[in-house]
Write a protein that binds this ligand. Structure first.
Ligand code: NCD
Ligand code: ZN
Length: 348
């Protein structure tokens, strides 16, 4: 099966020396990705956004198959002290999305937003500038399995207060969030990760403790996974792929107080190919990874993007490496039914 090099609408590339390695793993398979801003310090102003994008573009060069391209789509982090006037300059610098982290909800979210309502003037500016609001939809005060559901009323009020604002529920993990999107307006979408689509909480704590499967939001019940699978295999256009690929060094995961995040960028496409070959079909897969998200964001489709190139997925067994530069990936060491073969010819 040959696809245009697809989109990943939620990915963490980190910073420092590791950034280049993670970017290369991603750019080997994806043509475009929405880059999360939870670095230290966060991406929060035009200069920071441009500098981060430049680092990613440089790092991607060496991984891009000849004739292909890699485009980082940039987001910035919403902070409690942000002003409506900060938004237009971020848009001018190229931001396509703003990321809302409730305070303390996940990795590097200590500086997240405590009172969502205080940011309403900023949301107004996002709506005016046509920037997408991406939400880590979890109320950190709630019990861990209920956090996503507990945050949905905030999203309802945001949608009501800003009738033209586009909103994405990131890494949707529950049947309730799926239903919320289905019942919502066309300007409400959700990203779905490969791990929430294929696994449930048993993969984290059902047998042995599996720290490399620990992420936020935590994997949920089998019926939540089924609801996500149904949303994806039905081909509903407002669900699209966002890996939430979130690398942490092995030592940060295999310790007391382990970090949340699953590293899935290198394995996402073969795992999705396996899922779609049994639960849906190639067209639905192509829409999920290379159409629905682009249409929601108002971007050219990956196939129409000059120089985007293609990836080929073949039904050839592939054993996932145990580690990528000190990070244990999703499905490490297991043999998958599909593998990726990058194609070197691009359209131009
Ligand atoms: C992400 C990270 O490590 O940056 N972790 C995670 O468990 N998903 C942050 C996030 O998206 O929540
Ligand atoms: Zn994330």
């Amino acid at each position: 099966v040959i696809f245009p090099r697809p989109d990943d609408f939620h990915v963490h590339l980190r910073q420092g020396a590791a950034l280049a390695l993670y970017t290369q793993d991603l750019a080997a398979n994806f043509g475009r990705a929405l880059i999360m801003p939870n670095t230290l310090p966060p991406v929060r102003d035009p200069a920071g956004l441009i500098a981060y994008r430049d680092q990613i573009v440089t790092a991607a060069q060496s991984a891009i198959p000849a004739g292909g391209s890699f485009i980082p789509l940039m987001s910035f982090k919403l902070l409690g002290d942000m002003l409506a006037t900060n938004i237009a300059p971020l848009k001018a610098a190229g931001a396509v999305a703003a990321k809302l982290y409730p305070q303390g909800a996940t990795t590097n979210a200590q500086d997240g937003v405590a009172e969502i309502e205080t940011l309403f003037p900023v949301f107004q500016a996002l709506q005016d500038e046509n920037i997408v609001l991406c939400i880590h939809s979890e109320d950190p005060q709630a019990f861990c399995l209920d956090r996503e559901k507990a945050f949905l009323p905030h999203i309802r009020s945001i949608l009501q207060a800003f009738p033209r604002l586009r909103v994405v529920i990131e890494h949707a993990s529950t049947a309730e969030a799926v239903q919320f999107v289905l019942d919502g307006p066309d300007r409400l979408g959700a990203t779905i990760t490969v791990h929430h689509l294929l696994y449930d909480l048993d993969a984290v704590i059902g047998d042995h403790l599996q720290p490399h499967m620990f992420c936020k939001p935590v994997l949920k019940r089998p019926e939540d996974k089924l609801a996500l699978q149904h949303a994806v295999s039905s081909g509903h256009p407002r669900f699209f792929f966002g890996s939430d690929s979130a690398p942490h060094d092995r030592v940060k995961k295999e310790c007391d107080c382990g970090a949340a995040g699953v590293y899935s960028a290198p394995v996402a496409l073969p795992l999705l190919a396996e899922f779609f070959s049994t639960h849906a079909n190639q067209t639905t897969m192509q829409n999920f990874i290379a159409r629905n998200g682009a249409l929601f964001y108002g971007l050219p489709l990956p196939g129409d993007q000059p120089g985007a190139g293609t990836v080929e997925l073949t039904e050839q067994p592939w054993t996932v490496p145990a580690q990528y530069h000190g990070v244990v990936p999703l499905a490490a060491g297991s043999t998958l039914g599909w593998s990726v073969r990058p194609i070197t010819k691009g359209k131009s």
